[in-house]
Design a protein around this ligand. Sequence first.
Ligand code: PRX
Length: 635
Amino acid sequence: MSNYHIKHLEEYYQVYRKSVRNPEVFWEEIAEEHFMWRKKWDNVLSWDFTKPEVKWFEGAQLNITENCIDRHLYTRGNKTAIIFEPNDPKESAEHITYKQLHDRVCRFANVLKEKGIKKGDRVCIYLPMIPELAISVLACARIGAIHSVVFAGFSASALATRIKDSECKMVITSDGSFRGSKTIDLKGIVDEALEDCDTIESVLVAKRIDANVNMKSGRDYWLQPLLDEAYHDCEPEIMNAEDPLFILYTSGSTGKPKGMVHTTAGYMVYTAYTFKNVFQYREKDVYWCTADIGWITGHSYIVYGPLCNGATTIMFEGVPSYPDFGRFWEIVEKHKVNQFYTAPTAIRALAKEGVEHLEKHDLSSLKVLGTVGEPINEEAWHWYDDNVGKKKAPIVDTWWQTETGGIMITPIAFATPTKPTYATLPFIGIQPALMDENGKEIKGNQVDGRLCIKFPWPSMARTIWGNHQRYKDTYFSAFENKYFTGDGALRDEVGYYRITGRVDDVIIVSGHNLGTAPIEDAINEHPAVAESAIVGFPHDIKGNALYGYVTLKETGESRNHDNLRKEINQLITEQVGPIAKLDKIQFTAGLPKTRSGKIMRRILRKIACKDTSNLGDTSTLLNPEIVQGIMDEVL
Ligand code: PRX
């Protein structure tokens, strides 16, 4: 075991204790030892959760791409940084060395500069999982532009909302994308989004599917000719520790999406340190995270964390089911993957197909398995452990959030004994607390409550873009002097944490966070709809699926319900994206409401889950008679 960074549980406890007894000294040592700074910090940490304001490594100067690329050039110049595995297995994989990555990032950065992008400008990236996605992210960071990656499954309207919110100057996209056997017209989606955005000055278009697309003269440019012309070196912009690195949007329970702002130094230190330790990454390992870079998992654990460690990281363009359900295992065998990090929804979808696909492939390279995005059920956990890891590869069930930037509660592979469905122990430096409904911390073990974090960590989001008050209200107001995660959790007899799920109106479908508000807004735009409410209900593969209760205006009552269902899902697809489509839509005469007019989602959730034994007291509702009607017609 001496091969590992943290070798056993006792060592974890020792390091953990040090990290919470004296966080400044601890993080200063990590920052000194592992990174390249243009100037060291004057102060390690200052913080005040009442404002809230948190600053790590203040006074330091750096560029994160020097840490991710330049400093590896002498020692690892010819090592593969990124393996690009295309959607179609017949197309060869591409191996990009650190030297080549340097060249490509620098050229891209020079193209950005030539198109007028400067430090602090926002650049929206709407790309499939092709090398240009990682490269454009790094190119922005190279020149100090703030990237805002929007997952390329979002609709034109969702894209427009995000572009407008952060007033992006540029969009980087492609002529389209491959997804399994389908192609998607990304450029068309961008064109539609831009009809309504007036801050965009230019659009760079990568070629991927050779589609015939409209290029608007003076605005749209093919990327490749610009890259070919660009100079192959680009001096990095020197950034202050707390300069924003990126914005990434996440759904809230109400209102428009929240643009979480992550800053440079703390994010770098924490993602790099967690990557190395949680996955026990060693120099020759090949690491694969199946997420999309459009989500925080891809930002932190495909791009920044791995590259900061000089790792080899795989980017996979395709889906687990194409050309068949053996695709993941074929890739594991082909690239001899050592660490494999995926989501419970993918594990459940693969488990459903049985083990025959697995058995065709040699998975003996796998050393560590990871899971993220939602609670993993016991059955899926065991399937993963038995069949993929053959009981030899520990499962790191990593709990964290877009807002936390990096992994917060997790086993450390080979050091922390795992327990199915438990994310186990706080990572080094993380101080969780469980709170009761009266705002008091619940001490001791074998308890459950609302999960908060009571001390800052380096990669926490610093604000919501353009709305600091909302940041304060959402995360720092529920419990005094604590960051509230929005999740419930329990702590077992040895102090292991199990995340039980969201306690707010965010629903996690296939690992994607969906706020109820934007979906309800989309439904309510249908002319026949009076009102609607969305809840989650258990689904074998997706974890949760969406159940919509829809009340129609009188004029709509005679309409064909099946057609209405299609139209409603079409509206959701257009406004939010296909991931937010409803599995079930029940038309109801009304929605249960409190006397102050608030929809009682708790009751609707129970009905959708067919758990009506204890609905609680409904007599205080404004319209208690509605409940029985809804129960009688539940789908
Ligand atoms: O509810 C938790 C769930 O996903 C939420 C965060 O979603 P997002 O910001 O999209 O980031 C996902 C990737 C980091 C959390 O509030 N969640 C994430 N990981 C786990 C989890 N729930 C249980 N177990 C996990 N390992």
